[in-house]
Design a protein around this ligand. Structure first.
Ligand code: MIG
Length: 686
């Protein structure tokens, strides 16, 4: 059941797809307080209460014990103390012995989530602007609750099947020769690969929708050549458009009036990669259509996937901001130099990027109204994603395109996936990546993953290996790294064969993981969940922070620590462990409910399968298109007839019907081909 409570004058966000009448009276459970524009909701928490959700955010699966701020931020150096990341996902579930409900604040401005931070026994949620819809969702189970919420916000984005392949990316690939080399290094060593990303270096002067003619003399020919080798190119697109006289996109957009304006009606200009830029007003349909149409030359060159970046929007600086900083610095000139004045001097320039004053300098048109950016800040990236997805649907309504964005808001999950933004080659960020996945899934962002290996700083062999072992299971499996960091492609390392073997597991599992993903997406379910969703009565399971449920019957528990050759795993019920080394090399170990110390050498990683559930493996391959998924090895620990509904489709049609694509696989203990220690393995042809 969902109830809507309306506060102030809510602005349209595009997050919700069902209109509900607003309730009269106060929101149950919470104490509401209005203070000037701010509205806050207070609730006391019992020691047992657990809070799940908030999508992309730092810290644990259980969000309790910290303060978060929904404010989309370009923040590469985030640590566990960072209150805001690249996206804002205002959905939170309260789960305790005597309560189960979820709340969604459909608020495009800043929202503060004090979840036991100021007082450990109190949650206070504050909308800074006070114009929003508050949804209260109640169901009998965690999964039911999330499903109801997702019904409210609409079906998740469906990527094409090739997007489940391994993707190699790096900031710096600047020509087709360089990309060809990356492709060849993978193919010649039989490291599976489906796509290579093109970062900003492909553009002329970092200008969107251009590409360097010397480096990419014939993009269509190049993309066709790669497609013959079952590889795809995935270029990046940034939010800003260079404010350069004579640059076609600038002139055209200016004539159409689609850029964000300042109060005096002049264009808002800020510096990002191409230099001075203007920013499409993605909140206007006209601007979305215009921006979306700019993808056309790339689509015509055969591109089927994109990543949208810098769409918080990230701002390096504005002329106004720089002048103000200089003025502040100037005012200190001649004053006695002490630490205080020096800190002030330094401070003048430190906060110049992504500055709140700049976010207050420009406006969006919503209907007839002019709305200051900071009031709707968190919608910008989501509406850029919407512009792109709409354009792809216009260009080819019969095909799914790959699209993942850095910034997002709930609603964008219908149009694209997300990557988790700039992380570092840190063990702590490997754990953070895992812990963000269930929240993202609750909010509908099923297609997601982190920069495997870490974006910033220098990776090590063991860390990349453990990142890849998590990546085997994340729908987006992309190795990405920043300019000037250690080269991070698998083939750069002495242990590349071990890493390749890890990737082969992804390809053996790809049809199964795709099946689990599509079933979750088409039923408003979750691909990754906290253990609490499956074992709400198990007081141990509900607090597990480093294991996740995957699909209907599986659980992952990656190694997240340096030099570890194993880890403790808690099994809430009897399971089968598949300990992988490669697509063809794995152990099957039945384990009973309880605590286990599992040996996991650097080349080993486990997948756990509930009793009387099945996993299907194919023989693998080097690209998603060339996998032979007709012969499946079905594995399970079964003591009765067990059924798996295997989803299989053409991998690109946009509106697949679930029922039409399900194949029922059924095994009886007595009919299996091999049976060792209660584990059934069956080879099936379908
Ligand atoms: O300011 O395009 O998150 O993935 O490699 C950095 C260069 C801009 C940030 C993205 C990252 C990408 C990088 N971009």
């Amino acid at each position: 059941m969902i109830r809507r409570y309306s506060f102030g004058t809510p602005l349209p966000t595009d997050a919700v797809v069902c209109a509900l009448p607003a309730e009269k009276g106060d929101v149950p459970y919470f104490t509401t307080l209005r203070e000037n524009e701010r509205v806050s909701f207070t609730l006391s928490l019992s020691p047992e209460d657990i809070l799940f959700g908030l999508g992309e955010s730092v810290r644990g699966v259980n969000k309790r014990g910290f303060r978060f701020r929904s404010w989309n931020s370009d923040i590469p150096s985030h640590t566990e103390n960072t209150e805001s990341l690249y996206a804002s996902h205002n959905f939170l579930v309260f789960f305790g012995p005597s309560r189960l409900f979820g709340i969604y604040l459909d608020d495009p401005g800043a929202v503060i989530w004090d979840l036991g931070y100021t007082r450990s026994d109190t949650a206070v949620i504050t909308s800074e602007n006070g114009n929003f819809d508050f949804y209260l969702i109640e169901e009998d189970s965690l999964s039911g609750l999330v499903r109801t919420f997702r019904g409210l916000t609409g079906q998740s984005y469906l990527p094409p099947r090739w997007a489940f392949g391994y993707i190699q990316s790096r900031w710096g690939y600047a020509s087709e020769d360089e990309i060809r080399t990356v492709a060849e290094e993978h193919r010649s060593r039989h490291i599976p690969l489906d796509a290579v990303c093109m970062d900003i270096d492909y553009m002329v002067g970092f200008k969107n929708f251009t590409w360097k003619p010397e480096a990419f003399p014939d993009l269509k020919r190049f993309s066709t050549e790669l497609k013959q080798d079952h590889l795809r190119l995935v270029p990046i697109i940034d939010a800003g458009i260079p404010a350069e006289e004579g640059f076609a996109q600038y002139e055209e957009g200016k004539a159409e009036g689609v850029f964000c304006k300042k109060e005096d009606g002049s264009e808002f200009v800020a510096s990002v990669w191409p230099g001075w830029c203007v920013f499409p007003d993605f909140l206007q349909e006209k601007a979305r259509t215009w921006f979306g149409d700019q993808y056309r030359p790339l689509l015509e060159a055969g591109i089927e996937g994109f990543w949208n970046d810098m769409n918080e929007p990230a701002l390096f600086f504005t002329e106004e901001g720089v002048s103000e900083a200089f003025a502040r610095a100037e005012s200190l000139r001649g004053s006695h130099v002490d630490y205080e004045s020096m800190w002030q001097l330094k401070g003048s320039f430190n906060g110049i990027g992504n500055n709140m004053n700049d976010y207050r300098r420009f406006f969006h048109r919503i209907g007839d109204a002019s709305v200051r950016h900071d009031k709707v800040h968190n919608l910008y990236g989501a509406h850029m994603t919407r512009a792109s997805a709409d354009a792809f649907r216009r260009y080819d309504p019969d095909r799914r395109f790959l699209l993942f964005s850095r910034s997002s808001f709930i609603g964008a999950h219908r149009n694209g996936g997300v990557w988790q933004g700039d992380n570092f080659s840190w063990w702590s960020h490997l754990k953070m990546a895992l812990q963000m996945l269930p929240g993202l899934n609750m909010c509908g962002f099923l297609y997601s993953g982190c920069d495997l290996g870490g974006f910033g700083s220098n990776v090590t062999e063991d860390l990349l290996t453990r990142f890849l072992q998590l990546g085997v299971f994340t729908p987006l499996m992309r190795n990405h790294s920043a300019l000037h960091t250690r080269e991070q492609e698998i083939y750069r390392f002495s242990t590349w064969e071990m890493m390749r073997d890890t990737v082969t597991v992804r390809y053996a599992l790809l049809p199964f993981l795709y099946s689990e993903f599509m079933k979750a997406a088409l039923t408003d379910g979750m691909y990754f969940r906290p253990l609490a969703f499956d074992y709400p009565e198990d007081t141990r399971a509900v607090r597990v922070e480093d294991q996740l449920m995957l699909g209907e019957g599986c659980m992952i528990a990656p190694v997240l620590e340096q030099n570890a050759v194993g880890r403790y795993v808690y099994l809430p019920e009897d399971m089968l462990m598949i300990r992988f080394r490669s697509a063809s090399d794995y152990d099957l170990v039945p384990l009973d409910k309880g605590d286990h110390r599992i040996d996991l050498k650097l080349n080993e990683f486990p997948l756990f399968v509930k009793k009387n559930h099945l996993v299907a493996l194919c023989a693998g391959g080097e690209s998603s298109e060339t996998l032979d998924d007709r012969a499946l090895t079905v594995i399970g620990r079964i003591d009765r007839e067990t059924v798996y509904d295997y989803y299989r489709d053409d991998g690109f049609s946009p509106r697949p019907d679930l029922q039409q694509h399900l194949f029922r696989i059924s095994i009886k203990p007595e009919t299996v081909c091999t049976s060792t220690a209660g584990v059934a393995i069956s080879k099936l042809l379908i």
